[in-house]
Write a protein that binds this ligand. Structure first.
Ligand code: NAD
Length: 501
């Protein structure tokens, strides 16, 4: 471990479990074993606050994916996992949720160090997202059902449908919610009896490896969950192309999603794609601008803006435009940037130098294209990859910063005059992940909800979440849903049964 990370840890302290976990060498988790025998090249896990190395993560190979898929297939069709009753699966999922809550501090510390997320946010959001999602799908394990049918032709048959797990699931996740996104991919398929081969993002694998220690304690048998760490071009690609992976569950950028989707369809594998976003917030003349400004802490500045559903485009009625810009500026300037482990930190760094450079590049483009930089717009002088909360006014829809996903703490504000214009501007984007409408007039909100091209429409709030509510995009934001009962369907095949009597 780099001395800079050590001094960060000494300054803020971590639990004994976190120390022990960080001190151990890291191995992939395949067939119920941490693979200490495999000698693989490694990639450094870097702490974004300091730029220092935390530990090394193995770079898996296509052969490792093959071993993991074989283990998953055996577990699902012949091994102990295949013998788990729905109630057994429910209990294992519930136990895992319980262990996540019991070890919340340790998981939050690991996630915060690895991703740079503010530890307060990790505890308040990421940990609850993970535990709540496992608990929610635990409840579904015993409620999977087919139906009987009364047929007309031919007669004398008993006819019914039965639901059965689709097969081995290949899950690929991004770095912005390492734990949360992985749990979104795992809970529903495990509830219905699928087994999983999951690849975390190569730069944020630590929390998943720790979770496997808890999964063992929760009673998941070998092969039910397998974690292969490494690069998308190697491990991700091998998962997508493996003939025995029946279903690809992908979360990441739209560009990678297109590659993954094409590879999946070329061998007729099931695939759901949860992709990028550039979600609009629309504030009308009667909006509560104070609430909207305060909500930017959750909508666009949370997790340093590295949130797929971030409300990163704000359309405000011209009569409230100056007020909105002034109030959001005050909020943005009050955000405390700092080291990820500091409980007082509200915003940590962005994930790495590549992402920081990309965000700063977008900011330069915004200035060059004529947007007014109201606040922020620069990096902090620090070893960490911090970007100040940024606000642009006087934007127009043709600007790059209004059209493209920046994936950083950057909000652009655009005025409008009429309801029709607001809807047209909000829909004028390749993405359609989420949106919010800010108005006291619920008749107007109700009228506009069907008109917004997005997988979620929130009214007078942006980015609430609950495992019961499906999440997934329209347009180039994806295909399919995570969460809710909707997600279960993607992991179930329907079999049509006819019995002649
Ligand atoms: P990314 O597309 O670069 O990588 C995502 C994952 O895909 C990583 O694990 C990566 O290693 C893997 N990968 C890369 N190339 C691959 C290939 N050829 N085959 C298979 N796998 C491959 O995305 P990222 O930069 O890690 O994450 C940020 C993106 O994720 C943003 O666009 C964000 O909006 C999106 N995201 C979407 C949601 C959602 O639910 N819609 C949630 C979180 C993040």
């Amino acid at each position: 471990m780099d001395v800079k990370v050590q001094s960060l840890i000494e300054q803020f302290g971590i639990t004994e479990q976190t120390r022990e976990f960080l001190a151990k060498p890291k191995y992939m988790y395949i067939d119920g074993q941490f693979q200490s025998d495999l000698d693989r090249p490694t990639i450094a896990a870097i702490n974004p606050c300091t730029g220092g190395k935390i530990t090394e993560i193995p770079l898996g190979t296509a052969a490792d994916v093959d071993t993991a898929v074989k283990a998953a297939k055996h577990a699902m069709y012949k091994g102990e996992w295949s013998k788990f009753s729905p109630r057994d699966r429910e209990q294992a999922l519930r136990k895992l949720a319980e262990l996540i809550r019991e070890n919340a501090q340790t998981i939050a510390e690991i996630e915060s160090l690895d991703s740079g997320k503010a530890i307060s946010g990790c505890k308040a959001v990421d940990l609850n997202v993970a535990a709540n999602t496992f608990e929610y799908y635990a409840g579904w394990a015993t409620k999977i059902e087919g139906s009987t049918r009364d047929t007309s032709f031919p007669v004398d048959c008993v006819t019914y449908t039965r639901k059965q797990p689709v097969g081995v699931v290949g899950a690929i996740v991004p770095w912005n919610w390492p734990l949360g996104m992985a749990v979104w991919k795992m809970a529903a398929p495990l509830a219905v009896g699928c087994s999983i081969v999951l690849k975390p993002a190569e730069i944020t694998s630590l929390s998943m490896l720790y979770l496997m220690e808890l999964a063992e304690k929760a009673g998941f048998p070998k092969g039910a969950i397998n974690i292969v760490t490494g690069k998308g071009s190697v491990v991700g690609n091998a998962i997508v192309e493996h003939k025995d992976v029946s279903k690809i569950s992908f979360t990441g950028s739209t560009n990678t999603g297109k590659i993954v989707g094409q590879a999946a369809i070329s061998r007729v594998a099931h695939a759901t794609l949860e992709l990028g976003g550039k979600s609009p917030m629309i504030a009308f003349e009667d909006a509560d601008i104070d609430a909207l400004a305060k909500n930017t802490l959750g909508s666009v500045y949370f997790n340093a803006g590295q949130v797929c559903s971030a409300g990163s485009r704000l359309y405000v009625h011209r009569s409230r435009y100056d007020e909105a810009v002034a109030k959001i500026k005050a909020i943005a300037e009050g955000i405390k940037l700092g080291p990820c482990l500091d409980p007082e930190t509200v915003m940590g760094p962005v994930i790495n130098k590549t992402q920081q450079d990309s965000i700063l590049g977008f900011i330069e483009q915004g200035k060059a294209q004529g947007a007014t930089l109201v606040t922020g717009g620069e990096a902090l002088a620090s070893d960490g990859t911090f970007v100040r909360p940024t606000l642009f006014a006087d934007c127009t829809n043709d600007m790059t910063i209004v059209q493209e996903e920046i994936f950083g703490p950057v909000l652009v504000v655009i005025p409008f005059d009429t309801e029709e214009e607001a809807v047209e501007l909000a829909n004028d984007n390749i993405y359609g992940l989420a949106s919010s409408i800010w108005t006291k007039d619920l008749s107007r909100a109700n009228r506009l909800i069907p008109q917004i091209d997005a997988g979620a429409v929130w009214v007078n709030i942006h980015d609430p979440g609950d495992p019961a509510m499906p999440f997934g995009g329209f347009k180039q934001s994806g295909i399919g849903k995570d969460l809710g009962p909707e997600q279960l369907a993607y992991f179930l095949e329907t079999k049509s049964v006819w019995i002649k009597i």
